[in-house]
Design a protein around this ligand. Structure first.
Ligand code: TRP
Length: 445
């Protein structure tokens, strides 16, 4: 492993439809930075976070698709970055619990999102915790788990998230101190705030945001919806021919986010020379459309084939879990959630294998002095126990022979058990429903 790799990680809460501001302010710069040399990027759909703010299942489901399709259409390369859904990596909520157990409640009392709710309740003279769920209260712990699970070095986010990154560092330090034994289990992440990145004004000139209801759609609704929104951007009442205050105009800010410096300078000059607002809006639409038009077709195609999105996300989750599963095994060990020491050493061997992200066959002698094998999956779970054999060599050869074999054609007996046998010797009996897991493990040894 090279030490020059920087792991960059960011998450997007799946509770809405991406708009132009999300694209220029987060998606586009993140994809650009993922192509820099030495960057190992992790981008994920924060769908557990979405449950904190949204209890409409249809909206959550739709947003997960829309946001995934948006990132892919905008040029994210799933072979190059690790692109996954938070809820497909069960190690994240597991880590969240471990972190919650070292997080001071007092630290969470100071979190902005929670405090804002309490302040609003106090102002309305209702119970301070009215409508506050444990999800909202402990939201920074889940965010810390997202980040620490992959030991991210840099986390590009908006300014509203700075406090969460500070909390993540606090929590990581406390965990390292308690359980690291002198070794840093977690890297301390740095927040990354890009001043270069465009913060787009919305239709009314305030920051473009779903909560202000002033957004310009990105892909949904097609070019027509884009034009309709742009036509509603607030301008002053100067007529065509009258010089415009270009620098004071939101149209120019939006234009700059989609044009080169030269093109923007020309647009500015045209406004100052009296270009009408109508024509200026037309030019702005064309600029935006030149960049996002080609992506829209791909977006529509992905939205029409959700199975493709699912395949990409599943592959991404598998990639993420190749890191998360062994790291979680190490963390469980560190906090004392260990398998008890066993005479046959199988637990240790399984933990070693899990740490290395491999499946494993472990041989041992049972109480009767005969030889047996256990098969452990990549997550360290025990999948089968072999029959006892007197000859350890014969057993080893038999077990090894199953690696990579296609077991799918084997039929279950009347008790739902499948016999794994070769050359007339029975290696083990496996419940039929576990056969896929056994086959997957045998392929991952
Ligand atoms: N809380 C972030 C937001 O609302 C989204 C998020 C969740 C996130 N987990 C994260 C961002 C981890 C960066 C890293 O914008």
């Amino acid at each position: 492993m090279t030490t020059t790799t920087t792991r960059v990680l960011t998450g997007i809460t799946t509770s809405g439809t991406p708009h132009l501001g999300n694209y220029a302010g987060a998606i586009r710069p993140a994809i650009q930075s993922s192509t820099q040399p030495g960057v190992d990027a992790f981008f994920f759909l924060a769908d557990y976070h979405a449950l904190i703010k949204c209890d409409d299942p249809a909206r959550i489901a739709r947003s997960r698709l829309e946001i995934a399709a948006t990132w892919l259409a905008a040029g994210l390369d799933p072979d190059h970055v690790t692109f996954y859904r938070q809820s497909d990596v069960p190690e994240i909520p597991e880590l969240c619990w471990m972190l919650a157990c070292v997080t001071a409640k007092g630290l969470m009392n100071r979190a902005h999102a929670y405090k804002a709710s309490v302040d609003a309740n106090t102002a309305n003279a209702v119970d301070p915790d009215d409508g506050v769920t444990m999800g909202l209260f402990s939201y920074p712990v889940l965010m810390a788990a997202d980040i620490l699970m992959f030991n991210a070095h840099r986390v590009p986010v908006g300014r509203d998230q700075i406090q969460h990154l500070e909390m993540t560092r606090d929590i990581a330090q406390r965990f390292n101190h308690l359980y690291g034994g002198g070794e840093a289990l977690f890297a301390l992440p740095e927040v990354q705030i890009d001043d270069e990145v465009a913060t787009l004004p919305g239709l009314d000139g305030r920051k473009m945001s779903k909560s202000y209801n002033n957004t310009i759609p990105l892909f949904e609704g097609g070019p027509k919806a884009l034009r309709a929104a742009v036509s509603r951007i607030v301008t002053d009442s100067r007529q065509p021919g009258e010089p415009k205050d270009a620098e004071g105009s939101h149209l120019l800010t939006l234009y700059r986010a989609f044009a080169s410096a030269d093109e923007s300078a020309a647009f500015r000059a045209a406004l100052e020379e009296g270009l009408g607002w109508g024509e200026a809006k037309q030019a702005l639409c064309e600029r935006i459309e030149a960049q996002i038009g080609p992506m829209r077709a791909q977006y529509a195609d992905l939205m029409a084939h959700p199975g493709r999105i699912e395949d990409i996300l599943q592959a991404g989750a598998a990639k993420a879990r190749r890191i998360a599963v062994p790291f979680m095994a190490r963390l469980r060990e560190a906090v004392g959630l260990r398998a008890p020491a066993r005479a046959d050493g199988a637990a240790r061997a399984a933990a070693d294998a899990a740490r290395a992200g491999r499946a494993r066959i472990v041989s041992f002698r049972d109480e009767d002095g005969r030889f047996r094998q256990r098969l452990f999956g990549v997550d360290g779970a025990e999948l089968l126990l072999s029959e006892p054999f007197d000859d350890p060599k014969a057993l080893n050869a038999l077990g090894r022979g199953f690696a990579g074999r296609d077991l799918s054609a084997l039929a279950a007996d009347g008790h739902g058990m499948v016999r794994l046998e070769a050359d007339g010797l029975c290696w083990a009996h496996v419940p039929a429903e576990r056969l896929d897991a056994v086959q997957a493990a045998l392929a991952a040894i």
